[in-house]
Design a protein around this ligand. Structure first.
Ligand SMILES: Cc1cc2nc3c(=O)[nH]c(=O)nc-3n(C[C@H](O)[C@H](O)[C@H](O)COP(=O)(O)OP(=O)(O)OC[C@H]3O[C@@H](n4cnc5c(N)ncnc54)[C@H](O)[C@@H]3O)c2cc1C
Length: 506
């Protein structure tokens, strides 16, 4: 099975599985890797009276959904089941005033809360046992000239459909369920980023409800430092963003491709990384090395290298970009199509059904990826204990327009790199015993530590948060952390918006 097929099969296989918390049953060592021992998983400190919940319900236009209510399970679902947590109540916010009411009520009743849009945070930062502020009803999207105004709770697929009607695009990811809020606030990487910049580079204005319940606009003229912080400072830090105004670009036909190689993995991966970095900004791709499950390995399965992506018009033909590698790709997985832009995105898109996983990331330069380093990565991946689900390590191609801005121009500090490396471990609680999951997480940590040593400067992507990352402040934000703390002190001096890796007020 090719890497693309295995990933798709994994997702279909997992469709519909219920939420089962994994962390609690894992050995202590693995638990530490999933959640820093100091993590505050928002325990509900006291019983909230029915009357208090009724007060909130009466103060809101949107619904308050209780555990016995219909759809409670759907609304409380998160993507990473390792962090499933049942909220006491879900507030389905429909208006700015609803958000403001929730924040004031949470402070008055001393109730922990979390803000959620798409629920795709890797590390449980949008989960709570208290009040879940669910932004998903605030999902209106409208055109505004060459910009689009996206509601604070909209998910990717709704954004795609609206942009398709406009005949335009932004930098977006592939997963249809990811929330625009989390994506934009934490950076936002996608195949268009080398041409247009990362998602948050295109953010021109955003409305927020602050900790004091007040609504503010942040753009180039009003609260410009807050806009700076929202462009990569990470979701959930500065307030609740209720809308985003984003620059759009016209679309035309693109060439999309998915290619696999199941032989000469070390050489293919090295050549891909070094050849493709020369590609012009109209070219965007993700390279994956997918390790087989132990079952697949027993049947002779080995690592499969794959690359998927798109080339805008004006990019040299793939034959030129890939050279001999194109001929050497596995048949029949060689897919290369010219499609209208949004049809192309349907071809590339994925829907990741909830399952258990952990990701660790680091930004790299091509020069870090020597023949020896690449061969070592493949050897390490071959030694992965493995679970019942395939796992991959990946390289998202950055560069181009991403590197036009300086590290301090926005809160997204990671400029000047060629690749965003990310290693994943996926598992399913009912098939993979805790000891096996633990072995895999320990393997992953060792792999990650090794890759991080390749780069003296590469930080980690704040939108792929890793709770085990000890130096997360410098890894996610480097020299920008101090300025982010200053913005935080202005808008949230009491540190109301807090989670395990929240920016602390200066
Ligand atoms: C399957 C999958 C595919 C992904 N693909 C990509 C990709 O291609 N490119 C990429 O860059 N990233 C990708 N990501 C990472 C993704 O961008 C982040 O996880 C993102 O933060 C998720 O946003 P969300 O709204 O879905 O998550 P949520 O869990 O709802 O929120 C994420 C964080 O933002 C906060 N937040 C949510 N809504 C708001 C709001 N309205 N105002 C203020 N804070 C808010 C939450 O409290 C939380 O801290 C992917 C993740 C997954 C699971």
């Amino acid at each position: 099975m090719g890497a693309f097929e295995t990933a798709t099969a994994r997702r279909s296989f997992l469709k519909g599985l219920g939420a089962l918390a994994a962390g609690a049953s894992l050995p202590a060592k693995a638990q530490q890797l999933l959640a820093d021992p100091g993590i505050e998983l928002h325990p509900l400190p006291h019983v909230i009276s029915k009357g208090a919940w009724s007060d909130l319900a009466r103060g809101m236009k949107g619904d308050l959904v209780l555990p016995n209510d219909a759809y409670f399970g759907n609304y409380s679902q998160v993507n990473n089941l390792s962090y499933s947590q049942r909220p006491a109540v879900i507030a389905r916010c429909e208006t700015d005033a609803d958000v403001s009411a929730c924040l004031k009520w949470a402070q008055n009743t001393n109730t922990p809360f979390a803000v959620r849009s798409g629920g795709h945070n890797y590390a449980g930062f949008s989960t709570t046992s208290g009040l879940l502020i669910d932004m998903s009803p605030m999902a209106k999207i409208k055109a505004d000239g060459d910009r689009v105004i996206i509601g604070g709770g909209a998910i990717n697929v709704a954004v795609y459909r609206a942009l398709e009607r406009m005949g335009r695009t932004i930098t977006h990811g592939r997963c249809e369920g990811v929330g625009a809020a989390g994506f934009l606030l934490g950076g936002g990487v996608g195949f268009n980023m080398r041409l247009h910049g990362i998602g948050s580079d295109l953010l021109r204005s955003t409305d927020l409800i602050l900790a004091n319940g007040e609504k503010v606009k942040a753009n180039a003229t009003d609260n410009s430092k807050l806009l700076w912080a929202c462009r990569g400072g990470g979701g959930g830090n500065f307030g609740v963003n209720t809308s985003f105004t984003v620059q759009t670009y016209p679309v035309s036909t693109v060439t999309v491709f998915i290619l696999n190689w199941s032989k000469n993995q070390e050489r293919v991966l090295y050549e891909l990384l070094h050849r493709l970095q020369e590609a012009p900004p109209g070219f965007g791709c993700k390279i994956s090395a997918t390790a087989p499950t132990p079952e697949q390995r027993a049947q002779g399965g080995d690592i499969v290298i794959s690359v998927m992506g798109q080339a805008h018009q004006g990019t040299p033909p793939l034959k030129e970009l890939f050279g001999n590698l194109l001929e050497q790709a596995d048949e029949p997985h060689k897919i290369e199509k010219d499609l209208p832009y949004w049809e192309a995105q349907d071809f590339l898109s994925e829907e990741a059904f909830p399952y258990f996983y952990r990701e660790q990331s680091v930004f790299l330069k091509t020069e870090n990826l020597t023949e020896k380093a690449v061969a070592d990565m493949i050897a390490t991946a071959r030694a992965m204990p493995g679970t019942s689900l395939p796992s991959a390590f990946k390289f998202f191609q950055v560069g181009g327009e991403v590197n036009r801005l300086a590290p301090t121009d926005t809160a997204f500090v990671h400029r000047g790199f060629d690749w965003l490396f990310s290693s994943e471990v996926n598992w399913w609680e009912l098939r993979d015993p805790p000891s096996l999951v633990s072995d895999n997480l320990v393997w992953q940590q060792q792999f990650y530590d090794k890759v991080r040593r390749l780069t003296p400067t590469g930080g980690a992507y704040q939108n792929f948060p890793d709770p085990a990352l000890q130096d997360w402040q410098s890894a996610y934000y480097a020299q920008n952390y101090k300025d982010l703390q200053k913005v935080k002190a202005e808008v949230d001096p009491q540190f109301l918006f807090r989670f395990a890796q929240a920016i602390k007020p200066a």
